[in-house]
Structures are given as structure tokens and as C-alpha cells.
Write a protein that binds this ligand. Sequence first.
Ligand SMILES: Cc1ncc(C[n+]2csc(CCOP(=O)(O)OP(=O)(O)O)c2C)c(N)n1
Ligand code: SF4
Length: 285
Amino acid sequence: MNTSIVKISPGFEEIMPKDYQDLVKNGPYGKGLGIDDLGTFKELIEEHPLCAGCGLALSQRLILASLPAPEDTVIVGTTGCSSLSFAQVAIQNIHSIFGNQNAVATGLKRALKIRFPEKTKDVVVMSGDGGTADIGLGMVMHSWFRGEKFTTIMFDNEAYANTGGQESGMSQKGAVLNMAPLGKKFPKLSLPEIARDAGCAYAAVVTPAKPKRLGKMVEYAVLIARRIGPTYIQIYCPCPTNYKFKSSETLKIAKEKEKDGSYPTREYFSPEADEFIKKLEGSGK
Ligand SMILES: Cc1ncc(C[n+]2csc(CCOP(=O)(O)OP(=O)(O)O)c2C)c(N)n1
Ligand code: SF4
């Protein structure tokens, strides 16, 4: 893989910002580092403005540390809490207007293939549950029907958090939020099963409670999307601000919900994806 794009051109070493120099020297670009190595390299997200204890911020950090080729990845984000942290992310990223992310990612992935026919460029969408399962659902679903080869990751905090707490299609039935005081009247959408049936080669549901497990899923999703077809990961991201719990309790809540079955983790592989991953694991890579 060509990592020259993240090297500093000769003569510019002294004048590049210190942060950039640090990233080139100590960041994970082109080194094959992952979650196991966290703490030993300069991370790709720092000093973000999200709330203390935000499950989304933690998940974003873990995803960024798990991308198989961060130097050759482009992230497509959209409106919502996650969009506020992208200014602190040291990977190329594009902001798309709320809900358009999978349409923008489709064009981007196709354009990258034309522009860099000899290279592998990964496209990863990261968006909230409102952006994915409500306003962007049409574009998300059609990218899956068309078999577009990129990964969609949903930060599922079960609310429209950035606008102060409205219910989303992913909120649980009965959920009470600032602007849903009577409790949600409909059940949570089964988007992972919809993703599987709509043509995703890999669909997974996870929480950030076990970082290595999440990291493995991100790796699978990106590698399967490169070769086989669309992939989807849904991450439960507890939101202390809107669900009104202490910021120190985020991981406890994620673990409890997994245990009591209210947020079951699961994975679906298409037969082709299953065969590919078995071969990959068998080869020890
Ligand atoms: C087209 C459009 N509609 C509505 C909004 C207002 N808006 C901004 S953030 C947001 C909620 C985002 O919710 P979600 O996708 O679940 O992400 P979260 O903030 O929970 O991370 C809304 C409705 C907007 N910016 N653009
Ligand atoms: S409102 Fe919730 S999701 Fe948004 S940054 Fe704060 S804790 Fe995170």
C-alpha cells in the first residue's frame, strides 16, 4: 500500500504544524496497528467536543483505531452529534447534508475507483440513528439494494441527541425523552435484519463494551465491503445527556443492556462473506 501521501514533502518538515509532524511520525498510517495497540500510537481523534461519557465518542475512537487502512479510507459523515467531532479526526472525511450520506458515499466510492484503478480505497459512512434509519433510510436502503461496496456504521444512541432529545425510529418502545414526554408508541426498527434482507453481505450489532470485539467487526465490515458487497454495523452508543444518567455509567449501561437482552448483539454473514472470512482467518491474516 502506498503511504507516500501521508509523508511530508522534503523541505517542509520544519514548517508543518507540530500535530501533523506527530501524526506522520507516531500515527497509525500504514503500520497495520489496531485496538490492541491503543495507547502506543498517536490516535486519529483527539480533543473532540462531545459530552463527557458519550458512548458515540468512545465508539468513534474505537472504530478509527480499527480501520484496516486509515491512510486509504474516506469517511462520509452527516448531521448529528458525530459531525461535531469530525474536525478532530485525522482521516479524510466529507460532511454530507443530513440523510444524504449513503448517496454521497456511492458517488465517492465509484469516483475513487475510476480515479485510482490500481489502489484500494475504503469508504465508510458514519451517521446517527436518525440520519440512518429515518431521514436517510431511502438512500441507505437503495445503496444496499444496488450492492454498493462500502460500509455503513450507525451510532445508535436511540434518539435525536443533537437537537435536544426527540424519539427516532431506533428509540425503544416506551422511551421517554425531552421532546417525547409521553413515551414512544412504536417499537424499535429491526435495521440489522432489514440490512441482511436488503443485500448486505455482513450486518452486525455491537456495543463498545468489548473494544476488541467491536474492532474485529469493523475490520470484517471494511474487508468484506472491499471484495463482496455492502456491510452494516450498528453500535449502541449510550447518551448520558439525553437519557439522563451519569457520564461514568455509559459502559455499565451498555453491558447491562446486552445482558438483559434489550440490546442483543448479533452478526449475519452472506454465504460468500462467510467463506471469505473463514479463509482470511485460516490464513492467519
Ligand atoms: C435536513 C435537516 N433536517 C433537520 C436538521 C436538524 N437536525 C440536526 S441534528 C438532528 C438530529 C440528528 O439525530 P441523529 O441522526 O440520531 O444523530 P445524533 O445527534 O443523535 O447523534 C436534526 C434533526 C438538519 N440539520 N438538517
Ligand atoms: S448529546 Fe449524547 S450523543 Fe450527543 S455528544 Fe452528548 S452524550 Fe454524545
